[in-house]
Design a protein around this ligand. Structure first.
Ligand code: DAH
Length: 340
C-alpha cells in the first residue's frame, strides 16, 4: 500500500505541474483529494491492514495530502500571477496618444449680459427682485397708471389668458409688487431682470424677450439721480468714454419721462448705418415715478419721490456684440453661441 501511495503522489504532482489554469488545478484536486478521489479510494482499503501498519499508512497519507496542498497553493499563486500579467499586458494604454478633450459649456450671451447688468447695479447699491411672468392685468397695467381703456395699452400688444390675466408685457409690474410688499418703508432700490412677452416677431422683435427694470424710491430723489445712475451704468457696460442723451418721451407711469440714448458703440458718435447716421442708440425708457403710481403703491408723493427705468437685454447684447438679427439669440446654434 505504501508503494501504491507513493506512486499516486508522483502521478498527482505530475498532473499538478501540467496545469495552466485555475480550473485545471481544481479538477486535479478533485480527482485526487475529493470525496471520491484516488487517495480516498486507496485509504478505504486500510481496514484490511494490521494494527501496526495502520498508523504508518495513516501518517503517510497525511504527509501526502499536506505536500499536495502545499504544491497546489504554490502553483495556484504562480498561475494567478501569470494571469494578472497577461491581463495587464492586454490592457496596457499608450499614454502618448492625444486625449479626447471634454466639451466645455458656456453661458448663453443673454445670460452673460444679464449677469453683467446685475453686477453693475449691485455695485451701485441695488438689490435684485423678481416677479411672475403670468401676471394680473392689475399689476401689468392698472397699478402703473394705465387704466382699462388707456391708449398706451396699444404700445404693448399683449397675450391675454383671461381678461384679467396675461403674460407680462414688461418688468414694470414688479415696481408695483415691490411697493406693495415694502410700503411704507423706503428707500427702495431694486433692479428686476426677467422675461416679458409681446405679440411681435421680426428681425428686431421676438414674442419673448428680456428686460431689466429699475426702481429707486427715497426722500429727495431727483432727475439728476436718474441721469447719474444711467451714465454710470452706460460707462461700465460700454466703456468709460460713453456719453448718454435723454430725450423727452411719454410713459403713463413716469412724469416726466425720457428715452435714453448712448453714443453709438460702432462709430463712436460720428454716424453710421447702425445708428442711422444719428450718432446715438436708444437703449431704455425711464422717468420720475408718477405720483399716481406712488400713491397706488402705498407711498405719499409729498414725502418721497423716485425714478424708474426699463431696458431691453437683447438690444444691449446686440449692440455690445454687433449682432444684427435678434433671432440668432434664440436659435441655439452652437456655431453662433461659441463665439461669446
Ligand atoms: N416698461 C416700459 C416698456 O416696456 C419701459 C420703461 C419705461 C420702464 C420707463 C420704466 C420706465 O420703468 O420708467 O416699454
Amino acid at each position: 500500500m505504501q508503494e501504491q501511495l507513493r506512486a499516486l503522489q508522483q502521478k498527482a504532482e505530475g498532473d499538478l505541474l501540467k496545469c495552466t489554469t485555475l480550473e485545471e488545478l481544481n479538477e486535479v484536486r478533485i480527482r485526487y483529494m475529493g470525496k471520491k478521489g484516488e487517495l480516498t479510494q486507496i485509504l478505504r482499503g486500510m481496514g484490511k491492514l494490521s494494527k501496526e501498519e495502520r498508523p504508518i499508512i495513516g501518517s503517510l497519507a497525511n504527509e501526502i495530502r499536506d505536500e499536495f496542498d502545499e504544491k497546489l497553493a504554490h502553483i495556484t499563486k504562480q498561475i494567478k500571477a501569470q494571469e494578472l500579467e497577461q491581463r495587464l499586458e492586454k490592457e496596457s494604454i499608450d499614454i502618448t496618444l492625444p486625449g479626447i478633450a471634454p466639451e466645455k459649456g458656456r453661458k448663453h450671451p443673454l445670460t452673460q449680459i444679464i449677469e453683467e447688468i446685475e453686477e453693475i447695479f449691485l455695485g451701485l447699491g441695488f438689490t435684485i427682485e423678481e416677479g411672475p411672468e403670468i401676471e394680473l392685468d392689475h399689476y401689468n397695467f392698472e397699478a402703473l397708471n394705465i387704466p382699462k381703456d388707456h391708449p398706451a395699452r396699444d404700445m404693448q400688444d399683449s397675450f391675454y389668458i383671461t381678461p384679467e390675466v396675461l403674460l407680462r408685457t414688461h418688468t414694470s409690474p414688479v415696481q408695483a409688487r415691490t411697493m406693495e410688499k415694502m410700503k411704507p418703508q423706503y428707500p427702495i432700490k431694486i433692479i428686476v431682470p426677467g422675461k416679458v412677452y409681446r405679440r411681435d416677431d421680426d428681425a428686431t422683435h421676438s414674442p419673448m424677450f428680456h428686460q431689466v427694470e429699475g426702481l429707486v424710491i427715497d426722500k429727495n430723489i431727483r432727475f439728476s439721480d436718474l441721469k447719474g445712475t444711467l451714465l454710470s451704468f452706460a460707462q461700465q457696460m460700454f466703456g468709460p468714454k460713453q456719453r448718454i442723451r435723454l430725450r423727452p418721451s411719454f410713459f403713463p407711469f413716469t412724469e416726466p419721462s425720457a428715452e435714453v440714448d448712448i453714443s453709438c458703440v460702432i462709430c463712436n458718435g460720428k454716424g453710421c448705418r447702425t445708428c442711422q447716421n444719428t450718432g446715438w442708440l436708444e437703449i431704455l425708457g425711464s422717468g420720475i415715478v408718477h405720483p399716481n403710481v406712488l400713491e397706488m403703491g402705498g407711498y405719499n408723493p409729498e414725502e418721497v419721490t423716485g425714478f424708474a427705468f426699463g431696458m431691453g437685454v437683447e438690444r444691449i447684447a446686440m449692440l455690445k456684440y454687433g449682432i444684427d438679427d435678434m433671432r440668432l439669440l434664440y436659435e441655439n446654434d452652437v456655431r453662433f453661441l461659441r463665439q461669446f
